[in-house]
Ligand binder design. Sequence first.
Ligand code: NAP
Length: 293
Amino acid sequence: MNPIQHLVVIGTGLIGGSVSLALKRAGVVKRVTGVGRSRENLVLAQQLGVVDSWTHDVAEAVSDADVVLLSVPMSAYESVFSSMADHLPARCVVTDAGSTKQSAVAAAKKFLPHPERFIAAHPIAGTEQSGAAAAFAELFDHRLCIITPEFDSDADALELVKQMWEQTGSSIEVMDASQHDEFLASVSHLPHLAAFALVNAVAKQATAEQDPFQFAAGGFRDFTRIASSSPEMWRDISLCNRAALLHQIELFQAELNGLRDALVAGDENRLFNEFSAARDARENWLAGHGEDL
Ligand code: NAP
């Protein structure tokens, strides 16, 4: 791809910072400006070479941008889009990394003068760490990036955004924003809710005399790793994908109810069959592509 002359990364945290580092590694970006609220994170981002310069001012930053990447919590989209709306150059292409896509597209349509030049994206990669210090160039290598164009998306903008995410090391999958939100509710958003709920359920049983965490081992740590994720980010994702997440919670509750019924009835066959089915499904997924993650 032709190098991006000026990339503006609004939200220079784990994801925004990693996109910048990955594009610098690929040699396809000339200059990166970081935008954020806290001075400390932006100074660190510049010291670490994540961005070349920074500002708190969205309007100033985007005024000569070729590409703008939003990598802020979902609740910040409307205010960030509204701050940039009157200052985006006509040529500028906007993309994002947010975890819910229908809400991202809706915010772009509400605030941007040319929403057809906003191409929504979601890299399926991350860690439970936050901020510029957590960013690294390899984060997207061999990972998927889902792109969710609208029927009226600008063809050139779509092509540029595909190429940009490919240059981060990702493979591209294109789908509808609604399909994305349903899939991600099942394999990402529900697991985060379940991890938060499980840790809280255990924590609420702790007393001065007895602390169940003392006896937790590797299994508990693996299952709950994602409960260390940013509460702000996950509050926003949950609310932005509320309908799909509520649907997935119902399906999960039905599974738990089935296991509870089997326990109440002492139904050893049902328990064995449910556990076997889950193990087989997980092994199949691992043999397919989960092993590389
Ligand atoms: P992060 O490390 O916390 O970075 C978010 C950045 O946004 C921070 O540097 C924060 O800096 C800045 N920010 C917050 N509100 C802002 C505002 N109103 N204006 C400007 N900057 C603002 O979070 P992240 O993990 O990179 O997540 C960023 C986005 O990527 C989210 O939408 C998330 O859903 C999505 N995502 C995350 C993952 C993951 O695993 N972490 C994976 C895929 C996609 P200040 O607080 O200093 O402003």
